[in-house]
Design a protein around this ligand. Structure first.
Ligand code: AHM
Ligand code: MG
Length: 340
């Protein structure tokens, strides 16, 4: 990969230019959608800057609060949430913001005709990994306000099946900072070039390989998974799919999914005896990666059907998630979904 600062500036495509091109696919587009997405790109640049300083400034560790999920909030969770809300709420096209860190959706620009989008996000996924310098990420999903829905109830804005997402993506703060997004026209990845402070197109038209070599799951919970999941993992290990798989588990969904998108394979967060719906949240964790996986030629299931078909009942609803390449997902369907 060649970074923008290393090549002819006339050849590089920034995420902003790319979004403007993509936006032309929306009838009557006025620039508002690219302005909305620029709220995400700006906020994530600030988040990554803070993450890069972690250890130097007083930003590591716990904030002292417990969020709506009953999880201890890290200082960086709070900072990331505040920055995203600040930048997105300044876009008039935003009517509703829903975050992992807020119990209820937040309402903005009430009664403005321009406010027609909801953004649902996890500001800092995998944040328990931050103190040990492991990759973390931000995930987001963008939904359009359904016709005839007003501002008196925010639920219809966000409780839409993932198939209704008009855009979704994530940023992984890893050895480099990469933004991956789709507006339903393929999946595109941009690397933040620190020399110029811009996300530059580095991974156009990303396609998930038909089959990979890794499975990714927290194997410590194996005895607590349904038997059919354990059988499926055993099939991957023992070479039933052509060769024995190796295991990779970072413990940050965004980073584990990013590897799966690039290298193929399968990422699983199954139901467990303690958590029959798994751990991951449907609206802002499973839906964005399912949307990206399908756009890149992969698939995503909850163990019964397609993630993108689930009609959400609550904002912080959890779901089992199995996402990956065609070959692995076909075998999952046969091994787990057909046998119950
Ligand atoms: P978080 O949103 O509180 O950070 O939790 C979600 C994270 C995912 O990134 C990751 O896949 C999962 O938790 C790891 O959980 P576990 O430690 O149970 O394997
Ligand atoms: Mg999370």
């Amino acid at each position: 990969m060649v970074l923008a600062s290393q090549k002819d500036a006339t050849l590089m495509i920034t995420v902003q230019q790319h979004i403007l091109q993509e936006q032309q696919r929306f009838p009557g587009a006025t620039g508002e959608f690219s302005w909305l997405l620029s709220g995400i790109t700006m906020a994530t640049k600030l988040i990554q800057a803070k993450i890069r300083q972690a250890g130097l400034i007083d930003i590591l560790g716990v904030q002292g609060n417990v969020n709506v999920q009953g999880e201890v909030q890290q200082k960086l969770d709070v900072y990331s949430n505040d920055v995203l809300i600040q930048y997105l709420s300044s876009r008039e096209s935003i009517g509703v913001l829903a975050s992992e860190e807020n119990e209820k959706p937040l309402l903005f620009h009430q009664d403005s005709m321009e406010a027609k989008y909801a953004v649902v996000f996890d500001p800092l996924d995998g944040s328990s990994n931050i103190d040990v310098n492991v990759s973390v990420g931000t995930t987001f999903s963008i939904l359009r306000r359904p016709d005839d829905v007003g501002f008196d109830d925010t639920k219809p804005w966000v409780l839409q099946p993932g198939a209704q997402q008009i855009a979704a993506g994530y940023v992984v703060y890893g050895s480099s900072t990469i933004l991956v997004y789709s507006v339903g026209n393929g999946v595109h990845g941009f690397t933040l070039d620190p020399a110029i402070g811009a996300y530059v197109l580095s991974h156009p038209n990303m396609r998930m390989p038909e089959q990979g070599r890794y499975y990714s799951v927290n194997e410590a919970y194996l005895s607590r998974f349904p038997t059919s999941y354990a059988e499926y993992i055993q099939r991957l290990r023992s070479g039933e799919l052509g060769y024995p798989y190796a295991s990779r588990y970072i413990g940050s969904m965004v980073a584990d999914f990013h590897r799966t998108l690039l290298k193929g394979g399968v990422f699983l967060y199954p139901p467990t005896t303690e958590q029959p719906d798994g751990k991951l949240r449907l609206l802002y964790e499973a839906n964005p990666v399912a949307f990206l996986a399908e756009q890149a030629g992969g698939r995503a299931f909850d163990g019964h059907g397609n993630i993108l078909d689930i009609v959400p009942e609550s904002i912080h609803q959890r779901t089992p998630l199995v996402v990956g390449s065609q070959v692995e997902m076909l075998d999952f369907e046969r091994t787990v979904m057909k046998t119950g």
